[in-house]
Design a protein around this ligand. Sequence first.
Ligand code: TXA
Ligand code: MG
Length: 326
Amino acid sequence: MTAKVIPLDWFEPDISLISEAAQIIRRGGLVAFPTETVYGLGANAMDEDAVLSIFRAKGRPADNPLIVHVHSLDQLDGIVSSVTPLAEKLMHNFWPGPLTLVISSRKSLPSVVTAGLDTVAVRMPSNPIARELIRISGVPIAAPSANRSGRPSPTDAGAVFQDLAGSIDLILDAGPTYVGVESTVVDVTGQEIILLRPGGTSLEALERIAGPIKNSSSLEESKRSPGTRYRHYAPLVPLILWEEGESFLQDLPCDPGKAGYVGMVQPEKDLSENIIFKDIESYARGLFSALRDLESRGVQIIIAQLPPSKGIGRALRDRLKRASGD
Ligand code: TXA
Ligand code: MG
């Protein structure tokens, strides 16, 4: 099979086309769709076989649980068992948007979704196409990023097609996503909030609303977000990290004419392919497609600037470190 691609207008999507996608979800199929962060690969979260086919299509390890996407707070009833006041506060302030909450799960949720954990990750996306797709499907949608496991996340439909065209039914194509890195994941099962994955909602914004947040590095390995254990987001060629203030890689492991660079400041060396972003938001929005772009231009290595660790820079540093195997 080759996935059908349906172009959609970001702001005024044709509802009959979204209904076609919703039919596929209801019948147990797989649909890639845009969210504000990255493209997701969606299936009916309550259909065990459909969820299993997400893992097959991505080549994803079965012990890495999925995020369940909801359209309304009512939809949470069938998925989560108890919502703490702290979780409610975060929902109230940050949903819809790029924040995923790890909450106690309900037994009725197929255990493949949560990889057997007694918690479930839930999020309400803000992208209108994602929202309509979930609403019309009438079921919560389990969706990881729509890339082959280990590859950079897809921020446009072309990247989804490159990785998954042969193994999914449909791609809803609404052009590039806005945030560009995945949602922030926090555990809100206890008294305090634990940051499991930095992402599109900044730590500063969360702390302004909810006070100090603990970092998962202080947790034992098994309790951290399972997905953060794997090498991820990786281009096909080696990725080397460089931070402003450090000397710029004196001895490159290859001819500078065969090296690519991505960052916000000009590299001090003359490299063959450079992708420069004007600010941190554009860097976040464009990083994953820049990695795919540079590898397709045939470079032998990629050098990427590590941005300062604040705001969305935290998420970028996390993705870059894991992409480089650091
Ligand atoms: O922005 C996003 O979050 C995108 C879009 C499509 O919504 N989705 C996404 O999904 O990034 P994925 O599967 O690539 O990443 C989900 C992360 C993984 O690190 C996974 O381990 C973690 O969430 N996760 C899921 N369920 C969890 C749970 N019950 N406890 C702890 N971590 C969990
Ligand atoms: Mg992913």
